[in-house]
Design a protein around this ligand. Structure first.
Ligand code: PLP
Length: 498
């Protein structure tokens, strides 16, 4: 690559390894004033024989390099990020402050319990708060992500059935489910049976009844579902599931929609995971380091992974492994820094603040949905939605040849991160929008206006959209290639001894 702009390189320009010069130094080591030792003697066969291949750059070049990389990335602090189901909401900075307090950041999970009572109390308080908002009894904070919570919850269900001498083979999953649900079912050794949705976007009750028998271990249900709809028959569903001795698993990734309004435990769910990153505004971790705690009923508490934090009679906090625990699912005590952030978020908002989160999330989604009425897009299920709603770009595609993927790419040129596309699978050319409760009205108005402007572009010049984006650090990627054959390794230049 040529260095077209030595001051501000494009992302695809030179790598830090290719910059600088051999004589550049970041740090000058002081003259050695102790007797030298031979690394070969100290490390035996483990000592390296050639120096490591490190970039030769000055300190300010390193600073600029990372500053540039950081600004090439898109995040919720840089622009609107209405990624449906993923809840990319603003993460309050006070949470970052709290988790960096030396009393939290400087401790170690192997410290004696009596020296970390404050940290254990925080975990206990978070367990209690999650039990309260979920309407369930016992909580584990170990899982590192939502999908990891699913695995944990379903393994607990399997252990429960096995302990009852009734292992069962099948788990029901609606066709609107997040892809992690059927994946979890398969990983736990169960067969997936798909339940169709009805015309209103909820579970088809008749089909459910046909599928239910004593070989069904559980149903995994997202409520509100990925269409942003609260299932109107939720009580009938959990009742029918329990009637055949199966358990009800709630995918509670999007608990932000119902905080303080409705509790899955009250609706008859036995197990749920809660994505702290989607509900309580902690950073998403790309599959970890996030947190996906699992809450369960009394009947399942004994199967949770350990350790969980318990408070004894005199108010001391200790770690305990539940009696019939499925075992650990994560090292140490889970992602403690994330737990501190979530606890801070909960305490900063309080009960009425958390309820306001749900109200605002639902109001924002319905507001944007109404702004999209009579546009080039169709509202897939035209009902009052919860935290998100789904548009279909089917008509736009028919009229202009422009696909939802092209619209998504063009949104990047307008400074908006694209919504989730082509999911849920049951909506043609789906565009799933979740504005979240943290955005102001002006941003929501601006987004709706941009979507309408893009529809006009599609009518006038479809090719413009089909080649978008134009303003991003990299243009349109070969997405299949990026997944199937990524080339992530840097190979040293010939003039550096590898
Ligand atoms: C995000 C999400 C998951 C998975 O959570 P991760 O933390 O990304 O593993 C599962 N189900 C639903 C409905 C989700 O939105």
């Amino acid at each position: 690559m040529s260095t077209t702009d030595p001051v501000r390189e494009p992302l695809t320009g030179t790598l830090i390894f290719e910059r600088g010069a051999l004589e550049s130094r970041c740090v000058e080591a002081p003259v050695l004033d102790v007797p030298p030792v031979s690394l070969g003697e100290v490390l035996g066969g483990q000592a390296r024989t050639a120096p490591p291949v490190l970039p030769h750059v000055t300190e300010v070049e390193i600073a600029r390099h990372y500053e540039h990389l950081a600004s090439a990335n898109f995040g919720v602090d840089s622009g609107f990020y209405p990624l449906g189901s993923c809840t990319m909401k603003y993460n309050p900075k006070v949470d970052e402050w709290a988790c960096r307090l030396p009393g939290f950041a400087g401790i170690h999970p192997y410290q004696a319990e009596e020296t970390v009572q404050g940290a254990l109390e925080l975990m206990w308080g978070l367990q209690e708060a999650l039990a309260e908002v979920s309407g369930l009894t016992a909580v584990t904070l170990q899982p590192a992500a939502g999908a990891h919570g699913e695995l944990t919850g379903l393994l607990a269900i399997r252990a429960y059935h096995t302990a009852n001498g009734d292992p069962r083979r099948r788990v029901l999953v609606p066709d609107s489910a997040h892809g992690t649900n059927p994946a979890t079912v398969a990983m736990c050794g169960y067969e997936v049976a798909q339940v169709p949705s009805d015309g209103r976007g909820g579970v088809d009750l008749e089909a459910l009844t046909r599928l239910l028998d004593t070989d069904v271990a559980a149903i995994m249900l997202t409520n509100p579902n990925t269409l942003g709809l609260f299932d109107e028959n939720i009580l009938a569903i959990t009742e029918a599931v329990h009637a055949v001795g199966a358990l009800a698993y709630c995918d509670g990734a999007n608990l932000n929609a119902i905080l303080g309004k409705s509790r899955p435990g009250d609706a008859g769910f036995d197990v749920m995971h809660i994505n702290l990153h989607k509900t309580f505004g902690t950073p998403h971790g790309g599959g970890g380091p996030g947190a996906g705690p699992v809450a369960v009923t009394e009947a399942l508490a004994a199967y949770l992974p350990g350790p969980v934090v318990v408070r004894d009679d005199v108010g001391a906090f200790t770690l305990r492994t539940p009696e019939r625990s499925i075992g650990r699912v994560r090292s140490f005590l889970g992602n403690f820094g994330i737990l501190v952030r979530a606890y801070t978020y909960i305490r900063a908002l309080g009960g009425s603040g958390l309820t306001a989160v749900a109200e605002q999330a639902v109001l924002s989604a319905n507001y944007v949905k109404e702004l999209m009425r009579d546009s080039a897009w169709d509202i897939a299920y035209d009902r009052t939605c919860m935290h998100e709603f789904v548009l279909s770009g089917g008509r736009l595609r028919k009229e202009t040849g422009v696909r939802t993927l092209d619209v998504a790419k063009r949104l990047l040129d307008h400074g908006v991160h694209p919504p989730t596309v082509y999911f849920p699978l049951i909506v043609d050319e789906a565009l799933m929008i979740e504005p979240t409760e943290t955005e102001g009205k002006a941003t929501l108005d601006g987004f709706a206006a941009v979507l309408r402007a893009i529809a006009e572009e599609a009518l006038a010049d479809p090719g413009l959209l089909q080649s978008a984006p134009y303003t991003t650090p990299v243009r349109r990627l070969d997405e299949a290639g990026a997944v199937k054959s990524p080339d992530l390794a840097w190979r040293p230049r010939g003039d550096v001894d590898a």
